[in-house]
Design a protein around this ligand. Sequence first.
Ligand code: SF4
Ligand code: SF4
Length: 276
Amino acid sequence: MDTHAILSAVLIVCIIGLICGVVLVVASTFMAVPKDQKEEDIRALLPGANCGACGFSGCDGYAAAMAKGEAQPGLCAPGGAAVAKAISDYLGVGGGNIEEKVACVQCFGNNDNTVNKVNYEGIDRCSAANLVAGGSASCSYGCLGVGDCVRACQYGAISVCNGAAVVDTTRCVGCTMCSKVCPRHLITMVPKKRQAVNHCMNCDKGADTNKVCKVGCIGCGKCVKVCPKEAITIENFRAKVDPEKCVGCGLCTKECPRHCLTLMLVPKKAAPVAKS
Ligand code: SF4
Ligand code: SF4
């Protein structure tokens, strides 16, 4: 191939590129979708976690819905009350109240309290471990300890300690990402207030629970009898606390022979800083 032919080919490619560039610039100028300033302002007030806890595809979707008047301001869990109030003030509407919640792992089945029935050495995911004979844990309701929740949390608020997941309530912003990925459905969101929580989800009869865990709820009902607010019921052989009724007096936690009922205390300070 001679030099003239090569130069001609390069020139043709450059001209085509130039024409395409001009067409794109013209198209972006005349066909641009005008920005909605209200939507942009609301988006700037959101924390940008893109967790989906609000029920929308992310912060952009939630901001767009609020700008159109299709969503209330109080749905952003990571933003909490402060963001809800800021958006309510901006929009001049109510609905900025938000009940702040934190994640709670309802299992104390660490390596001291339970014994693994097998050693799992497969894919490093709880979802995978759960599919292999129901996981390695002797309790079929208990924490698998492989840390899917740890990987899901953008705030470094969960760690696996001694074989079971534990939440740092000072860091948790209540975004629900951890609870969505737990294959055992062990992580529930509880109101950020002093209250009793049952850290056991085992629904087997007490005798069976006793065989697999030292701290599993056996549904003995001692907590039910002592609670002055009738906040506890026994359902499927385990104690269930109604956070609406519980006043956090702690009488039940002192009575529980299994130490699976504990008082959840209000976190002293929050550190809602997403991992980079
Ligand atoms: S709480 Fe759930 S996701 Fe987290 S380590 Fe335990 S089983 Fe896995
Ligand atoms: S902390 Fe007090 S009010 Fe709450 S469930 Fe226990 S006994 Fe009832």
